[in-house]
Design a protein around this ligand. Structure first.
Ligand code: PLP
Length: 390
């Protein structure tokens, strides 16, 4: 197989070499437990603290506001469950129809436990109406959970404004910002969110580590109860290597944000412009004006996204489809459905997502390989043969 061209960076990213170097000693020689009385282990508490400070800088926050978790899903679950437990009399939750399953499946589960959940709709470009959010807030709303940027389409929500609306009403606001680091500002001096989730493996850090930012003063009951780690807010021996790696990844994200954003958006725009030129009936999904620089969600009408992915995969190109592969089904994407994307486009959607390690040569290869794949698949499609206005 030819060399891998990895364009699935919203799913996960390569660990940066600098991150791997920073982590290596904690697997080899410095394998102690930071809670130990002896120096060999105990000194590692300093490394965990340094990493916490690196992460806090990304959030323009205090280090005491940073809680290490195991992943984005845990951060989302901890935030929502932790607040619900702190306000047992409040039984209403607000979220959107386009959240990640880490929030949506939890909300469905909570509905079975007697909570009421409002799922805010989005328009055809995946945008949220802030007035609808304002009107949805009820006296017993415990928490509003709205993502920063959509993992499938890249659509960015005006999170500062959304947080302001929620805070005006005195409700706790959680933001799933897993796709944001290195691409969008996480300045908590500006964004009045109470809780914010990120995940190590989406920003060239390792898998198995995440962060929940908890603004000072936020009422929150720990989700994982055990030892006294994380100032009693999450039990469990610290993932020292992972935490150190995530600290380094946050430092790199901060340092390289501007140059990377420019480079990645140029690659993304080049890909889209050329595909639109070379392939008929191509549609870009999402809010093209307010989108993550890394993300391109493209529909090729009248064919199946999975067929395109398999053909690309044979050529070593990794992308992803809009289908709910995470659930193991081929149900069309809940995000594109919420946007009302027509049936003929929804099944043929592909997501390309870029990182700092992608090159122009890789994008040019996709531009060369993809048009004949689409042509071949459409030649076999009865829907394409019988399309209206043919
Ligand atoms: N939230 C969003 C927006 C995501 O994109 C993801 C992962 O794809 C998650 C949450 C879950 O993160 P993790 O894989 O670290 O559990």
């Amino acid at each position: 197989m030819s060399e891998i061209i990895y364009l699935d960076n919203n799913a996960t990213t390569a660990v940066a070499p600098e991150v791997l170097d920073a982590m290596a000693p904690y697997f080899r020689e410095a394998y102690g437990n930071p809670s130990s009385m002896h120096n060999f282990g105990g000194q590692l508490a300093h490394q965990v603290q340094s990493a916490r400070e690196q992460v806090a800088k990304l959030f323009h926050a205090q280090d005491t506001e940073i809680l290490f978790t195991s992943c984005g899903t845990e951060s989302d679950n901890s935030a929502i469950r932790g607040v619900l437990e702190a306000y047992p009399e409040k039984r209403h939750i607000i979220t959107t129809r386009v959240e990640h399953p880490a929030v949506l499946s939890l909300c469905a589960h909570l509905e079975h436990r007697g909570y009421r959940v409002t799922y805010l709709p989005v328009d055809s470009r995946g945008r949220l109406d802030p007035d609808q959010l304002r009107q949805a807030i009820q006296p017993d709303t415990a928490i509003v959970s709205v993502m920063y940027a959509n993992n499938e389409t890249g659509t960015v929500f005006p999170i500062e404004k959304i947080a302001e609306i929620v805070k005006e009403r005195g409700v706790v606001f959680h933001c799933d910002a897993v796709q944001a680091p290195g691409k969008l500002s996480l300045d908590m001096q500006r964004i009045p969110a109470d809780l914010v989730s990120i995940s190590g493996h989406k920003l060239h850090g390792p898998k198995g580590v995440g962060v929940l930012y908890i603004r000072r003063g936020t009422r929150f009951v720990p989700f994982i109860i055990g030892g006294h780690q994380e100032r009693g807010r999450r039990g469990g021996t610290e993932n020292v290597a992972g935490i150190v790696g995530l600290g380094k990844a946050c430092e790199l994200a901060r340092k390289h944000e501007n140059e990377e954003k420019r480079k990645i958006s140029e690659l993304r725009d080049h890909l889209e412009q050329e595909l639109v030129k070379k392939i008929p009936e191509v549609h870009i999904n999402g809010d093209v004006e307010h989108r993550l620089v890394s993300t391109s969600n493209i529909s090729f009408s009248y064919i199946e996204g999975e067929a395109i992915l398999l053909k690309l995969s044979e050529q070593g190109i990794c992308a992803s489809s809009g289908s709910a592969c995470t659930s193991g089904s081929l149900e069309p994407s809940h995000v594109l459905r919420a946007m009302g994307v027509p049936f003929t486009l929804i099944h043929g959607s592909i997501r390309f997502s870029f990182s700092r390690y992608n090159t122009q040569a890789e994008v040019d290869r996709v531009i060369k390989i993809l048009p004949p794949i689409i042509e071949e698949l459409r030649a076999m499609s009865p829907f394409w043969a019988n399309r209206p206005g043919k």
